[in-house]
Ligand binder design. Structure first.
Ligand code: 5GP
Length: 256
């Protein structure tokens, strides 16, 4: 791993040069950060869980025709991905009020929104990823109108699909954040889903108890963070329930 050329290190992931041109290796760290990295911790096993969960989500989304960066999982912590030029936007989709939307608009957490809402934030850690309007995206040239339309369309399809998927395992998809990238084609380029989809980037609440099964457990000091991620993985059928306590990462279909 360390012999490869590192391309980028983020808060939760490292990107290395891939084995073929146009590929990268995405390594999932155990590090957790919140509030623009003011709060930090290492959570044993989080990286492996997010690698598995993101693999699963990207594969399922690929099956319904969403183009993604995912090529294959390499091992417990790494996946091979397509190299993409990341569009500097965080695309957030919300079904239920929570987090910054609740704070900003004074809507109680847990209130169902009249319809799914797509928001954009500028990917700028130094500015705290500020909420922006489509106007800013056009004016500053971060994405074209056609790209924006495509990203919004894909986000809503991803939301519909993931709401159904999680609902089937007793989980409410409150909101999520995704990122997109551009990959070159013979002519022009294609917009693909990039980054990750995991409990680090989604709010996932148990349908019956509203128990948080996502990164808010870390942000809000609720404890049992990796246990909650394991619960998500087990409900999705990615991990086998294990008689040992705490459950271990025994994988349902493994090529590790
Ligand atoms: P909020 O704006 O309420 O803090 O977040 C909305 C949704 O986007 C939540 O599911 C949250 O986890 C996700 N999100 C927002 N910003 C980030 C970010 O910088 N990193 C990650 N991993 N997720 C984010």
């Amino acid at each position: 791993m360390s012999r490869r050329k590192q391309i980028y290190e983020g808060k939760a992931k490292i990107l290395y040069e891939g084995p073929e041109p146009g590929t990268l290796v995405q390594y999932f760290k155990d590090d957790a950060t919140a509030f623009n990295a003011q709060k930090k911790a290492t959570l044993d096993g989080k990286g492996a869980l997010n690698n598995r969960i993101s693999e699963y989500m990207m594969m399922r989304l690929g099956e319904i025709g969403i183009p993604t960066h995912f090529i294959k999982r390499l091992n417990m912590r790494e996946q091979l991905i397509k190299k993409a030029e990341i569009i500097p936007l965080e695309v957030i989709c919300r079904n239920v009020a929570a987090g910054t939307m609740s704070k900003r608009l004074g809507i109680d957490e847990g209130e169902k929104l009249p319809r799914s809402i797509v928001e954009f934030c500028l990917k700028r850690d130094d500015l705290g990823d500020p909420l922006i309007a489509e106007e800013h995206i056009h004016a500053f040239g971060w994405a074209s109108q056609a790209e924006l339309d495509e990203m919004i369309g894909m986000t809503l399809r991803i939301n519909d699909f993931m709401q159904g998927l999680f609902s089937g395992v007793g989980i409410r998809l409150v909101d999520f954040k995704i990122e997109f990238g551009r990959v070159p084609l013979a002519e022009g380029h294609q917009i693909i889903l990039a980054d990750e989809i995991s409990p680090d980037s989604c709010r996932l609440w148990d349908r019956d108890t509203d128990k948080k099964l996502d990164k808010d457990r870390f942000r809000r000091d609720l404890g049992e963070v990796t246990e909650a991620y394991q619960e998500v993985a087990m409900r999705l059928g990615i991990l086998k329930p294990n008689p040992s306590n705490p459950p271990t990462l025994s994988v349902v279909s493994s090529d590790d």
